[in-house]
Design a binder for this molecule. Structure first.
Ligand code: GDL
Length: 460
């Protein structure tokens, strides 16, 4: 068997979000997109496949196993590496021989189905230790390193594939908060066999930037370069957004500083077209990375998916629309400029009926109309994937437009503004907005309680 050392740079996509896993058909589509973009690795680890976490000890049944085999065949026929994950961390006892046997049984089942590359995910678990583990190892990192080493070494008699682990603290903020215990990364780096790849999401779970200096420091601590689990485009944590912007905030030199980069993207599969396209551009780029140019190229390639059963849409409107769902830390320039211009018109206190303001209103209406027209997409999967977010954007634009009409109508002067279509409780109703109104977040990350409309810093 050819040794498969961590020399290959892993580039690919992680199915590793919370929420409904992708369908077999979506995975086939993904692999085709990956091949076209020059990516080499598909990682299977959806949090809500019950066999991943909740019932990790139970072997897959017939239907589950068929999906595994389809994934093996689908990846193999396209020359892609398939990494299969298991997340035992919620209730594993590292010192329990029965649990050690359970992971071997699971991996044996997967090997028999043709899987060669594995991952043990220990993210998103409490860092409390069972007394037996504490007595034997003294720290969570030592217990996990011993456990993973053991499984890794056992697996070597059957596979030379890559072996990955996601640590319990997997970003800078968690380490700073001592999640996983004091010295977690140092112990893991020292005790985990160096062939095993260690995931890292950057300074944050959702990292705006991945800079070289912290990665170099981490490499020294881990005694190997990390493998990046990139949540830039993940949206499982935010029901109102998706992200179809470019791969941004990562210097090209990052590619030479890590063992690989895998994207854990939007839960709604069809919305990942531009992110994967742009990531492919980034991987291929030799020097000079223009994220916006890559975004525009990705949008042009995505454009055929916006064919409709009626009059064709306008590409310029797609740019504004995609800018509205760009990246977690920024809107794209067109949407950003539109939001600023609308805010200026609404906030000036004067009647917004001058030509400049009316031009802003016209731009806003174009975006609203584009949202409304998406119902005509022939790609129904794409329409369904973005429908709820698009509905919400359209409603907000519609409300502002009604306000605008009210303001410039001399017959309404002095009357309060109301909308027939945005009524109390059916519009922005429910428990979530009520709760959201109680704690106000500030840009620096702190929150203040809001008491009867006034925010208070509590003790301060
Ligand atoms: C996480 C989870 C991931 C989830 C993402 C975004 C890792 C290693 N784990 O913390 O499954 O999709 O946040 O919510 O990132």
């Amino acid at each position: 068997m050819t040794p498969d050392l961590p020399s290959q740079f892993l580039s690919g996509v992680i199915e590793g979000f919370y929420g409904p896993p992708w369908s077999p058909a979506e995975r086939c589509q993904l692999w085709d997109w990956m091949v076209r973009s020059g990516l080499n690795t598909y990682f299977y680890g959806p949090k809500d496949d019950l066999h991943q976490r909740a019932i990790w000890r139970e072997p897959y049944g017939e239907a589950g196993l068929r999906e595994v085999k389809d994934a093996v065949d689908g990846c193999r026929s396209r020359g892609l590496r398939l990494v299969y994950a298991c997340s035992p961390g919620l209730d594993v006892t590292y010192s329990d021989a029965v649990d050690a046997q359970a992971i071997r049984v699971r991996f044996t089942q997967l090997m028999e189905a043709g899987v060669r590359d594995f991952c043990i995910l220990l993210d998103d678990i409490p860092d409390a230790m069972r007394p037996a583990d504490l007595a034997r190892w003294g720290s969570l990192a030592a217990a996990q390193a011993a456990w993973v080493n053991e499984v890794y070494q056992w697996s070597r008699s059957s596979t030379r594939g890559r072996f990955l682990v996601c640590p319990t603290p997997y970003c800078g903020r968690m380490v700073a908060a001592r999640h996983g215990g004091e010295g977690y990364l140092e112990i893991l780096g020292r005790e985990l066999l160096t062939e095993i790849d260690i995931f890292w999401t950057g300074p944050e779970i959702i990292s705006e930037r991945l800079d070289l200096e912290p990665i170099d420091r981490l490499t020294r601590i881990l005694r190997r370069p990390p493998l990046i689990w990139d949540n830039l485009f993940a949206n499982d944590y935010d029901g109102r957004r998706f992200f179809c912007g470019p791969y941004a905030g990562r210097p090209l030199a990052l590619k030479g500083a890590v063992r690989g980069i895998l994207l854990n993207p939007n839960t709604e599969f069809p919305l990942n077209f531009v992110p994967i396209h742009s990531f492919g551009d980034y991987l291929a780029a030799g020097e000079g990375w223009d994220a916006r140019a890559s975004f525009m190229a990705g949008l042009r390639a995505w454009w055929p998916h916006f064919a409709t059963v009626g009059n064709p849409l306008d590409f310029a409107d797609l740019v504004t629309f995609a800018d509205a769902f760009y990246l977690p830390y920024e809107e794209g320039p067109e949407a950003d400029a539109l939001a600023r211009d609308i805010a200026r018109c609404l906030g000036s206190g004067r009647i917004p009926d001058d030509p400049e303001s009316l031009a802003v209103r016209a731009r806003m209406l174009r975006l609203k109309e584009f949202c409304a027209r998406l119902v005509d997409l022939t790609d129904r999967g794409l329409f369904h994937a973005c429908h709820r977010r698009v509905w919400e954007l359209r409603e907000e634009l519609d409300l502002i437009d009604r306000w605008w009409a009210h303001r410039i109508d001399p017959t309404r002067e002095g009357h309060p503004f109301e909308s027939d279509f945005h009524r109390p409780k059916t519009y922005r109703g429910g428990l979530v907005p009520r709760l959201q109104s109680l704690l106000k977040p500030f840009p620096d990350g702190h929150f203040e309680a809001v008491v009867a409309g006034v925010s208070t810093g509590g003790d301060s």
